[in-house]
Design a protein. Structure first.
Length: 301
């Protein structure tokens, strides 16, 4: 029996992180389109930033301080694949000081205790996040998920990720030429094309977006067709992985916070003021609020 050696990389973990929790979240996050993986592993397929080559990776946590990455891609892309999955799991941020946000806010401390080691799990790229923002705008989640699945099945590329056949989301070149797509509302087609062209032109680069002041990045993103404040925040936080942005446009998050802090009449400005205590992890805490809110909603059904 011949053993095929795959290129591997290692990611040093700074702060608490639980890969199983990340895998569990991604499996249940319908827009990600990822199937349940083997216990203790996370398998992903995606288009490589900038190059847009379809690639795959298997992540395993060997110890609290280390995650290994089995790369399924041409050898020259190994480092880029490791860097991208590092961002996707929010491991490119030193989380050592994250417990301090809980020390300053007992509500956050409870969230951290309920979801130990869970960091934001991101879309593969700002490009994918932007496409999801367009697809999901003003339609039901289930309908948006079906649209994304159809696009991926028709225009994505199948990748063998350690024996599992996964499809990566279509590269910008494929969506830039997108013609009529059954079930896709009319305005979304030109917007998807525009997002694809922006990504191909380097306008959705994660590092560049994170290097800007957050408000400047949000303003730039809102220049894209169909991207308002809510969508821009989604792209910056869940696509580029900015760790410290409070989503002022996310009304569902605000509802969850009002309930948690017993402030039924609090507006976005008051909630943003509360969130100042979470810095420099406002995106991370917001993510935990959403996860807990969704968990409680499922329990109440």
């Amino acid at each position: 029996m011949t053993t095929i050696s795959r290129p591997c990389g290692e990611i040093a973990v700074h702060g608490e992180f639980d890969l199983a929790a990340a895998a569990g979240f991604l499996t249940g996050f319908a827009p990600a389109g990822q199937p349940e993986s083997e216990p203790g592993a996370l398998r992903v397929a995606f288009a490589l930033d900038g190059e847009w080559t379809p690639v795959g990776a298997v992540l395993r946590q060997r110890s609290p301080g280390e995650v290994t990455v089995e790369v399924h891609a041409p050898p020259e892309h190994t480092d880029a694949v490791v860097a991208q999955v590092r961002r996707m799991c929010s491991l490119d941020v030193d989380g050592t000081a994250f417990p301090e946000a809980g020390a300053r806010d007992p509500v956050v401390s409870l969230l951290q205790a309920l979801h130990p080691g869970l960091r934001p799990v991101l879309f593969a790229s700002p490009y994918e996040a932007a496409c999801w923002a367009v697809l999901s705008h003003r339609i039901r989640m289930t309908q948006a998920v079906r649209l994304r699945r159809r696009l991926t099945e028709r225009y994505g590329t199948e990748v063998d990720v350690g024996g599992s056949r996964l499809r990566s989301f279509p590269a910008p070149a494929a969506l830039a030429k997108l013609e009529y797509q059954p079930g896709l509302p009319g305005p979304k087609l030109p917007r998807l094309r525009a997002i694809a062209e922006a990504a191909a032109g380097g306008m959705l680069d994660a590092a560049a977006l994170r290097a800007m002041p957050a408000e400047e990045a949000l303003k730039q993103l809102q220049l894209l067709p169909g991207v308002g404040r809510f969508s821009a925040e989604l792209i910056l936080i869940r696509g580029a992985g900015h760790p410290d942005v409070f989503p002022r446009g996310e009304t569902r998050l605000h509802e969850i916070m009002r309930d948690a802090y017993h402030l039924p009449d609090a507006g976005a400005a008051e909630l943003a003021e509360i969130a100042e205590a979470w810095a420099p992890f406002r995106s991370w805490v917001s993510f935990l609020f959403r996860v807990e809110g969704e968990a409680r909603m499922r329990e109440s059904r």
